[in-house]
Design a protein around this ligand. Structure first.
Ligand SMILES: Cc1cc2nc3c(=O)[nH]c(=O)nc-3n(C[C@H](O)[C@H](O)[C@H](O)COP(=O)(O)O)c2cc1C
Length: 318
């Protein structure tokens, strides 16, 4: 695929390959890894606008960043424009350059409360949320699905609304809420949405190789791609796409993530994050069988480190 910088107002993203926001994974250490690999942008996982008023430890952890993160992007989940505006203008988001509004989360609790993908059926509210967020003066992006049901797509109409409300960027997950995370993405809907707007569009869903990324760009005409689960399995995808040379084995990468996470987060968080990331990195890897269970049973970080070294002992040097 053609790699190019993406201009968003005063900010230029170094590349048009972007890491998707993912709950449980896109903490500060993982975002730094993606940046190093060449990703142009990485978002925090979704943070509830409602919960931000508490400024508690959990939210501060989710929104932790440092000046080393070049472009800082936080994702907000909310359904009430006033609450979202307060969160966007509040102290916890003060250091962020960009706020992404989650309009795609399919989970029943989120949907029932009128947030996430429920907004695909409530354009006036979605528009009010974007306008409210825009009052923070930050760059605003919106991540949404093609519709609630696959046979009632709204992607183009929704994209137009986002642009009119002032969004600077949109990311479209080419699946409907009813498809959850499975099935081939409907690239035609992303193509229609791209043709309907002039702001940059990122295409997301089912990209599992550099060839898939090129295919998605070609089919949709999108300005860039956003990669989710496959980037957890193979974070090197960003280096493969951008041509960046990264010499770091999977085990070295995991141990580095563990060290970085330990510097900023408490041990339960680090254990949970490293176990989950290791599970993805071990997918389809020779010699790693049985280690996932052992890692979930182990008691602490030292033991986890030993297991990581053992699981990847057959790893070929890069
Ligand atoms: C474990 C997991 C956590 C996710 N968390 C978020 C999230 O916090 N915010 C969001 O907008 N999407 C979230 N998503 C959706 C992804 O960002 C992405 O849109 C989806 O996985 C499709 O891309 P993929 O096929 O490349 O994985 C999550 C997906 C998974 C599997």
């Amino acid at each position: 695929m053609r790699i190019k910088p993406l201009r968003l107002g005063p900010v230029t993203l170094p590349s048009n390959v972007v890491m998707a926001p993912m709950a449980g994974y896109t903490c500060y250490p993982f975002r730094m890894l993606c940046q190093e690999m060449g990703a142009g942008l990485c978002f925090t996982e979704m943070v509830s606008a409602n919960a931000l008023k508490y400024q508690d430890r959990a939210n501060r952890q989710l929104l932790f960043t440092t000046p080393a993160e070049r472009v800082k992007a936080a994702q907000l989940l909310g359904g009430d424009p006033q609450i979202v505006e307060k969160a966007a203008c509040g102290p916890l988001l003060a250091g962020f350059d960009l706020i992404d509004l989650n309009m795609g989360c399919p989970t029943p609790n989120v949907f029932k409360s009128g947030q996430g993908s429920a907004l695909l059926a409530d354009l006036p509210r979605a528009e009010a949320l974007i306008r409210a967020c825009k009052r923070s003066g930050k760059l605003i992006s919106v991540k949404f699905r093609i519709g609630i049901r696959a046979d009632e797509p709204v992607a183009a109409e929704f994209a137009r609304m986002c642009e009119q409300a002032g969004a600077d960027l949109i990311s479209i997950h080419g699946r409907s809420r009813s498809m959850m995370y499975d099935g081939p993405p409907c690239w035609e809907q992303i193509q229609l949405a791209k043709a309907a707007v002039s702001i940059p569009v990122l295409a997301n869903g089912g990209i599992a190789s550099p060839e898939d990324a090129a295919w998605m760009m070609e089919r949709t005409g999108a300005d860039g791609v956003m990669i989710g689960r496959y980037a957890l399995e193979n974070p090197y995808i960003f280096a493969q796409l951008t041509g960046r040379r990264v010499v770091k084995s999977r085990s070295a990468l995991l141990l580095e993530q563990m060290a970085l996470a330990s510097r900023y987060y408490d041990e339960p968080f680090v254990l949970s994050y490293i176990r989950s990331l290791a599970s993805y990195l071990m997918k389809k890897r020779r010699g790693t069988k049985g280690y996932k269970q052992k890692m979930y049973q182990c008691g602490g970080l030292e033991e986890l480190e030993t297991l990581i070294r053992a699981a990847f002992r057959e790893e070929e040097p890069l």
